[in-house]
Design a protein around this ligand. Structure first.
Ligand SMILES: *Cc1c(COP(=O)(O)O)cnc(C)c1O
Length: 482
């Protein structure tokens, strides 16, 4: 190889950061070739890469390079050395945590969004592009059966969506008097709820974790009692965050009953649908999420249930004006506000921003809603199929059947006489299955009990991987119990 590494790009003008069209095409083709080859190899990659990488991380520390390098060696390093040292999150065998996958049209959209680099913070700067984002939010609104007056916001994830929902509720019910406000969620609620509450000024002494029932759903009787106790103590209950699919076991809280209680108590009902909301896009599955459209606001995570790459969450707010009231702002250097069209910086905390709507728009336009519904329904069917089989494995006890596409179980056996032993065996089961390389499982701890989980939500997961999952769980359970 000739010495292209030293100064591959125009050296004549040291202050120029531009590349020639030929260079850009060549570099783009190189990136595309690597990326597509990577996708083609996903089903042969181990489900969990070698993440024991502390030494590698230390070796990677380096001073800021003074001079630029060529692209190829950087791609070598990324694709050959670094990317494989990770969980294979886009792979078909990723059944850990909450998968998603990352559909290809979104990658194309990101490339376009980043090369064209248009400003979508204020409507006037790129009205037609902002309209695409507004369309996306309306599609989400329709899938969730939210009313016309609802508005929304694309965020970087579910955590950011819940944070903004808490701001809406706080502004509406507490105004400037934040301290007496109390927020309720269940002991199975995602930790991002407490974190978002704290960021919004609702500290831990004003967050109540309501106990859940045997199926890990929030107990509405306990919720009502907690609200009454706080009122009696002179506090101001203002918000309940329920879960449409918990991360631990996939439990769906009694959303209708919580909605009834919130209406009676004049409180804000937010539903955390980061994992589960997209099942509502499938009409046949809507009964599983009864009450979801009654929420005051809803967290969605398109990087889970819409199979987009990481970095896309969404919030829907039933009364769009409540979202606008929190974020709307003016400044002398900004264009005058207009009210006809959606305007991202009037509905969200950011001013300068990328174009998060394009990846959602492009994915839906290229794949179509029907295909999305079919994929989502298939993931649930696969989870139900696998749960029925895994439940029959000797020694396996199901703790949570799939309400959506996630189920949880643990191992029991004559020699596993203590909770500790059962926990260790359940952890070993997941570890051994994962080490086989086809599927990756992770667990959760609930009340001192360690549970294994299977979450089917990668668009790449098909029947084949679920067959492998059942087989490997069966084999490893037998090995651990004999
Ligand atoms: C993933 C998840 C979150 C957090 O979403 P991020 O996109 O990771 O910020 C919140 N709640 C539930 C139920 C989740 O599954």
């Amino acid at each position: 190889m000739s010495d292209t590494t030293a100064l591959p790009y125009p050296a004549a003008d040291a202050a120029s950061l531009e590349f020639s069209p030929e260079q850009m095409l060549t570099m783009g083709e190189a990136v595309l070739a690597r990326s597509v080859a990577h996708l083609g190899s996903l089903d042969r990659q181990p489900s969990c890469g070698d993440v024991d990488a502390a030494d590698l991380c230390r070796a990677l520390r380096e001073p800021c390079p003074e001079h630029g390098a060529a692209l190829e060696p950087l791609l070598d390093q990324l694709f050959d050395e670094l990317i494989p040292r990770s969980f294979t999150t886009p792979g078909p065998g990723y059944l850990a945590y909450i998968p998603g996958g990352g559909v290809y049209p979104a990658a194309l959209a990101d490339f376009i969004a980043n090369t064209t680099n248009r400003y979508t913070g204020v409507w006037q700067a790129s009205p037609a592009l902002v309209q695409l984002e507004a369309n996306v939010l309306e599609w989400l609104r329709d899938w969730m059966s939210f009313p016309d007056g609802a508005s929304g916001l694309l965020t970087t994830g579910g955590s950011g969506a819940t944070f903004n929902a808490i701001l809406c509720a706080r502004e509406r019910y507490l105004g400037t008097d934040i301290r007496p406000g109390v927020l309720y969620t269940s002991d199975q609620g995602h930790h991002s709820i407490e974190k978002a509450a704290k960021l919004a000024g609702i500290f831990h002494d004003r967050v109540r974790l309501i106990p859940s029932d045997a199926q890990f759903r929030m107990r509405v009787d306990s919720l009502a009692a907690a609200i009454a106790a706080d009122r009696a103590a002179g506090l101001r209950p203002f918000m309940v965050v329920s879960s449409a699919g918990t991360t631990n076991t996939g439990a769906v809280d009694p959303l209708d009953a919580v909605a009834d209680l919130c209406r009676a108590e004049v409180m804000w009902h937010h539903v955390d649908g980061a994992y589960g909301a997209f099942f509502h896009a499938v009409p046949e599955l809507r009964p599983l999420l009864a009450g979801l459209p009654r929420a005051d606001s809803l967290t969605l995570d398109p990087h889970k249930g819409m199979f987009l790459p990481y970095g896309t969450g969404a919030l829907l707010v039933r009364d769009g004006e409540a979202l606008r009231a929190v974020h709307s702002a003016t400044a002398g250097y900004l264009p005058a506000q207009q009210l006809e069209f959606y305007d991202p910086s009037q509905y969200g905390p950011e001013l300068s921003r990328g174009f998060p709507g394009l990846r959602v728009w492009m994915a839906v336009k290229m794949l179509g809603a029907a295909r999305y519904r079919a994929a989502i329904a298939e993931k649930r069917a696969l989870a139900v199929w696998a749960a029925e089989r895994i439940a029959q494995v000797p020694g396996i006890v199901m703790d949570a059947w799939p309400q959506l596409s996630l189920f949880a179980f643990h191992l029991e056996g004559p020699r596993l006489t203590t909770q500790e032993a059962r926990n260790a065996a359940t952890a070993a089961l997941m570890e051994r299955v994962t080490r086989r390389g086809r599927v990756m499982l992770t667990g959760c701890t609930v009340d001192g009990r360690h549970l294994a989980r299977v979450c089917v939500l990668s668009f790449r997961t098909r029947r084949e991987e679920m067959e492998a999952c059942v087989m490997h769980v069966t084999d490893e359970a037998r090995t651990l119990l004999t």
